[in-house]
Write a protein that binds this ligand. Structure first.
Ligand code: EPZ
Length: 422
């Protein structure tokens, strides 16, 4: 396994270019199962997770080729409806093939994804939604065995919690159902809007994009089309907080600041200077004075993203006061706390609340730390860039699931960082 080594305490300057969003690429790649023919996707990040879902699609009979950040996927050869355990266990987003397989084949056998470091991550809302469309879902031997004779029919789906991949699965299934489906309390993340854009370009009839009430009028069939992956708002927020924590003056390019309404407001409250243009962000942070302590509560979009909670905690660990961080989405998303404390952070957890007592003028100190999940590992990188001395982040395969070329991008900002075998 590899580790990331960071010589911290250097300010960051220059530019960094954001890649396509992992959490848009995964559903849009899965959507290529919905129609034969060659689907073209531009701005696709090359990540461990995108390679995993492409391996899954090949196991189902599809083929693909990549030229730079453009991916061409041929949906013609779909011949299998079973997603195996050894693929699904490495990436729970594999459940996104359920909706398309049911829509195209009327059958889907997908290993239950199981939990992960941040929580149990059930998919009951997905299955309840499919049942509203006439599908029977059985759970046997660790697999979801879902089937329907003929086409799904329209129905009304209500999400108790606005599930992101649950909404995506149901939109894809309903696009080819017979009749109209209404999804209430749908998630509104920008990646869902990107998926709707792709499905409409394929001939789907969907109303209510970006709202919590979606109406999908099913069509007989869809056609392959050409689409673009939206910029990764979580990668954008991660680099904005890296610059904020380490100090410096840098521009984040090929991003979409309008997808980060709550983060940018919170960063400004800490005293970081944020200048937003249409597709770029300029972040300035002089660590002459420590940042102001600011509270956050994670919420479904457009609230503060849970995927940027760990990074914000790293930033607040050097603030001038007490920051209260409330994680409302996942039950176990504080795995980074123990590691940040090894770098000198002063954090106490009470259930889903973390109380971060900023170090004031003092900085964190570099240490050997361990990545436990994707976003926890990026918070350790943010901390390591600001910390005095050397930080070594082990198990960086977590990081490579969701951040394309992080070493190259950080080096481009003037950071001293490299990979080594553990
Ligand atoms: C998506 O996961 C993202 N992944 C996650 O990003 C992100 O953290 C999450 O949405 C929340 O924004 C992808 O888009 C591939 P949910 P998802 O269904 O869809 C509960 C990252 O770091 N729930 O919106 O799995 C669930 O346990 C990853 O890039 C049920 O109870 O999340 C959670 O508490 C991590 N039953 C809440 O709802 C269900 O059937 C929100 O989960 C589904 C969800």
């Amino acid at each position: 396994m590899e580790k990331l080594v960071i010589e911290g305490g250097r300010k960051l300057f220059g530019e960094v270019t954001i890649s396509g969003a992992k959490n848009a690429a995964l559903p849009l790649i899965a959507a290529s199962l919905l129609a034969p023919g060659v689907h073209t996707l531009h701005n696709v990040p090359d990540l461990r997770d995108t390679r995993t879902i492409l391996r899954l699609l090949v196991s189902l009979g599809l083929s693909w080729e990549r030229t730079g950040s453009t991916l061409k996927i041929d949906g013609t050869g779909l011949s299998c409806s079973e997603a195996s355990y050894d693929l699904v266990k490495t990436m729970r987003a594999s459940v996104l093939v359920l909706g398309p397989l049911l829509a195209r084949l009327g059958r889907a056998k997908v290993s239950l994804p199981g939990g992960c470091a941040i929580g149990a991550r059930p998919i009951n809302f997905h299955l309840m939604g499919f049942e509203q469309l006439g599908v029977s879902c059985d759970i046997k031997h660790g697999y979801v065995d879902a089937r329907i004779d003929g086409r799904m029919h329209g129905g009304t789906v209500y999400f108790d919690v606005p599930s992101v991949t649950g909404t995506e699965n149901l939109i894809m299934a309903a696009s080819l159902a017979k009749g109209t489906t209404v999804i209430k309390n749908a998630a509104r993340e920008p990646e869902i809007g990107n998926l709707i854009e792709m499905l409409v370009s394929m001939g789907a009839d969907i109303e209510g994009r970006d709202s919590s009430r979606l109406t999908i009028h099913g069509v007989e069939q869809l056609q392959a089309a050409e689409n673009h992956i939206t910029p990764d708002r979580i990668e954008t927020g991660t680099y904005a907080m890296a610059i904020g924590a380490a100090g410096g003056d840098a521009v984040i390019r090929s991003c979409n600041p309008s997808h980060l309404p709550s983060l940018l407001d919170k960063l400004r409250l800490t005293g970081i200077d944020v200048e937003a243009a249409e597709d770029s962000l300029r972040i300035r942070s002089s660590n002459k004075n420590p940042l102001q302590a600011v509270d956050i509560t994670t919420m479904p979009y457009p609230g503060y993203p849970t995927d940027l909670q760990a990074q914000f905690m790293a930033l607040m660990s050097m603030s001038s006061g007490l920051s209260v961080i409330h994680e409302t989405i996942f039950e176990n998303r504080f795995m980074h706390v123990a590691e940040l404390k090894r770098m000198g952070a002063n954090i106490n957890i009470d259930g889903r609340i973390a109380m971060v007592k900023g170090l004031g003028g003092k900085v964190l100190t570099g240490a050997q730390v361990m990545a436990t999940d994707l976003r926890a590992s990026s918070s350790l990188v943010v901390a390591g860039l600001a910390a005095k001395g050397r930080t070594e982040v082990s198990r960086i395969y977590h990081l490579e699931r969701g951040y394309e070329n992080m070493v190259g991008k950080l080096t481009g900002l003037g950071a001293v960082v490299w990979k080594e075998d553990e």
